[in-house]
Write a protein of this length. Structure first.
Length: 108
């Protein structure tokens, strides 16, 4: 790819990142609506933020209330975490809280 093509490609992705940021959609939702690969959009979001000197988005831990399903309460076999940007994490329900806290801290 020559320099002009690279600049055109970068400008195209910067516009997608900007449009996604204004859209209120998750990266997955935006990607699906525009025929993009979520992983590629995510990579460009990181590049654009890094180039602009923005710090990565901080993770916020929120209190969670776990509700059971009738008589199956407490028998969940996995937990599913999803960030508004689109990433998802599925883990066994018996993951130690300390380990999960360490993982979430490293994602910042």
């Amino acid at each position: 790819m020559n320099k002009i093509d690279q600049q055109t490609n970068r400008a195209r992705w910067e516009e997608h990142v900007s449009a996604w940021s204004r859209s209120g959609l998750t990266q997955s939702e935006y990607s699906r609506a525009h025929g993009l690969l979520p992983k590629t959009l995510s990579g460009w979001v990181g590049r654009v933020k890094k180039a602009s000197g923005q710090s990565p988005e901080a993770l916020t831990v929120l209190p969670v209330v776990v509700k059971g399903f009738g008589s199956r309460a407490g028998s969940a076999t996995s937990m599913h975490l999803q960030h508004h940007s689109g990433w998802q994490l599925q883990l066994p329900a018996n993951v130690p809280a300390v380990w999960l806290g360490t993982v979430l801290k490293e994602l910042r």
